[in-house]
Ligand binder design. Structure first.
Ligand SMILES: Cc1cc2nc3c(=O)[nH]c(=O)nc-3n(C[C@H](O)[C@H](O)[C@H](O)COP(=O)(O)OP(=O)(O)OC[C@H]3O[C@@H](n4cnc5c(N)ncnc54)[C@H](O)[C@@H]3O)c2cc1C
Length: 497
């Protein structure tokens, strides 16, 4: 699943991005000159600065948002090897008023790592060391460029794990997880990334270094700046070191795939598990009919998916096999009261992995259908999911778009892919998409939800923030941004203007 950076080709500039940047393209920033390139090479080493190769620059100009028009290449990619080098790059950028966009693996789904104004892409691929695994304090200390799964692999021999990781763990970086406060398939039981971050080293745009928190598990000494950094999408400071709280790795898991005739029956199971079953499962993932069919066809999967209107993927885990088995059986008993078409119990780790592969393949299978689609990250109270699904069908009926969806049903977070009406030329899709998204988001707000549960706002969702947040809230966030980044050079154009 590697090679994310090569997955698509970004254009250097698009009229669409110019439109987002506004009337003054360039945003008052200064260009990266030959003299600045020489200085950057002196700071980080010439081999760690990319400036001439347009194709290489373009690869750092997009994340996993499929629509090319959200892309914009940097003027230079800089790959620092240490906090000291990050400090020097930030000092230079502030002095010269050059925008800096931090970048992890580029797996984001909000355009967050896109250098909208050009300038410097600060790529963390070289800062990828696990600095310490402290088994006495149950904390790991890592650099931001560590691939999330690599941390997990390193923790396995100690019987520990990082419980907050997302489902892109095979390729995303832990720094990106923190900047987005990533969630994932295990959030119902374990929560999201932020719960496990006890400390951060952060370089401010000025080049000052903040040491926030540390190995201590509790801290109410003043405002919680660690939590403020988590989910700040690279707009407040650059994360250079991370303290990750570790948990005992569960020894057993039991995975069940439950197929239902329709989505409403499947979703009725979700609250019933928590109330009737009195179980907090590790995962309850939902896949709707068309997403399931698309993924199964692609995988040549033989589970009986053709008749199914929806699938739930349910998992429990724990330390004692007998307890895990009992929980899994209780969970299936709840499913049985909702007339499933089939209950498929994984009998081995390999079978669990096979069921999870169906879920993990869905985004790629849907993405393959068309680049003209908006990947959404809606979150609503769990009881509102059936209404949300009906609203998707209503919008499909009105506009002739397709809205396959899947996601983390256990925490109300669904990924809907709003896909172009096949009869529309791309220009018509681009013209109509904002109206469709506005209607979708207004409906989500009416259901008590919001527009992003884990992918963030970036620049893709920025125009829609006022639909779910008051002007006063947005203004307070602007003031926080100014306090951290008075010159406005860090990841400009993201979240709000
Ligand atoms: C197939 C697929 C499945 C996914 N599944 C999930 C999922 O289950 N849950 C989920 O939450 N997300 C998921 N994502 C989205 C994405 O993987 C996450 O948002 C991930 O956390 C991004 O990490 P990254 O390293 O790729 O960050 P990038 O995309 O490179 O950057 C994301 C943001 O982080 C900022 N940033 C990066 N590094 C730093 C740093 N050191 N300091 C400050 N800011 C920084 C960037 O500026 C940007 O704003 C999925 C994506 C794909 C393609």
């Amino acid at each position: 699943m590697g090679g994310l950076i090569d997955a698509a080709v970004a254009v250097r500039h698009t009229p669409f991005v110019d439109q987002i940047i506004g009337a003054a393209p360039g945003g008052g920033f200064r260009p990266v000159t030959e003299a600045i390139l020489t200085e950057l090479a002196g700071l980080c080493g010439a081999a760690n600065v990319i400036a001439e190769d347009a194709k290489a620059l373009a690869r750092y100009g997009h994340d996993q948002v499929p629509e090319e028009r959200y892309a914009h290449a940097p003027e230079v990619v800089v790959m620092p090897g240490s906090t000291g080098e990050v400090v020097e790059v930030m000092r230079l950028a502030t002095r010269e008023r050059i925008p800096v966009t931090p970048r992890g693996a580029g797996s984001g789904l909000s355009g967050g790592a896109v250098p909208l104004f050009g300038g410097i892409c600060l790529s963390f691929e070289r800062m990828n060391r696990i600095l310490e695994i402290d088994t006495k304090n149950l904390v790991a200390v890592v650099e931001p460029g560590v691939v999330t799964n690599k941390l997990d692999d390193a923790l396995r021999p100690y019987g520990l794990f990082f419980a907050g990781y997302p489902m892109s763990e095979e390729f995303c970086f832990i720094g990106g997880n923190i900047a987005e406060n990533a969630g994932g398939g295990r959030a119902i039981k374990y929560g999201v990334t932020g719960r496990y971050i006890t400390g951060l080293e952060v370089v401010l745009p000025s080049g000052e270094v903040l040491s926030l928190g540390g190995k201590r598990l509790k801290d109410v000494t003043g405002y919680d700046l660690v939590s403020l950094m988590v989910g700040s999408e690279g707009t407040l400071g650059v994360i250079t070191k991370i303290f990750v709280r570790l948990m005992p790795r569960p020894s057993y898991r039991a995975t069940t795939a439950a197929l239902f005739a329709d989505a409403r029956s499947a979703m009725a199971v979700v609250p019933a598990i928590m109330t009737g079953g009195r179980i907090v499962p590790t995962s309850i993932e939902f896949i709707d009919r068309s997403s399931l069919a698309e993924a199964c066809k692609q995988l040549h999967e033989t589970i009986p998916y053709e008749e199914a209107g929806a699938m739930l993927l349910l998992e429990v885990d724990g330390t004692h096999e007998s307890q895990v088995r009992a929980d899994a059986e209780a969970l299936r008993a709840v499913c049985r009261t909702h007339s499933p078409l089939a209950l498929i119990l994984a009998e081995s780790d390999a079978e669990s992995d096979r069921l999870w592969k169906i879920r993990k393949s869905v985004p790629w299978a849907l993405k393959r259908r068309t680049p003209d689609q908006s990947i959404e990250d809606i979150v609503v109270p769990i009881a509102a999911i059936p209404d949300l699904l009906e609203e998707f069908r209503r919008l499909e009926g009105i506009y002739g778009v397709a809205i396959p969806c899947f996601g983390h049903a256990g925490d109300g977070n669904l990924h809907a892919h709003v896909q172009k009406n096949p009869s529309w030329p791309r220009e018509e899709w681009e013209a109509r998409e904002p109206g469709i998204l506005t209607e979708l988001y207004e409906m989500v707000a009416r259901l008590g939800g919001t527009i992003s549960g884990e992918h963030g706002i970036g620049h893709k969702r920025k125009p829609y923030l006022p639909l779910v947040m008051s002007d006063r809230q947005i203004e307070l966030m602007r003031q926080i941004k100014r306090a951290f980044d008075p010159a406005g050079i860090l990841n400009p154009g993201k979240i709000f203007d």
